[in-house]
Design a protein around this ligand. Structure first.
Ligand code: SF4
Length: 67
């Protein structure tokens, strides 16, 4: 398993700017709680899930099941 950044630099730039503006909270969500601080709870759970492969909600990170 490995986590990589989206290869699309424009998306990465946009999300990183969003994160900077919110002080580290997920720019794709309205709630600002410890669960929505990047890396958010949802993505941490997707990382733990042996079946999950794909992007986090914002598409900043990609979880690949292969190394
Ligand atoms: S969805 Fe992605 S970018 Fe947004 S908080 Fe979760 S891990 Fe970070």
């Amino acid at each position: 398993m490995k986590i990589t950044e989206n290869e699309d630099k424009e998306i990465v730039k946009m999300i990183r700017e969003g994160l900077a503006a919110t002080g580290g909270y997920c720019p794709c969500r309205r709630e600002r709680t410890p669960e929505t601080k990047c890396m958010c709870k949802e993505f941490k759970e997707q990382i733990k899930d042996p079946e999950f492969e794909g992007f986090c909600h914002c598409m900043l990170y990609y979880k690949s099941l292969e190394n």
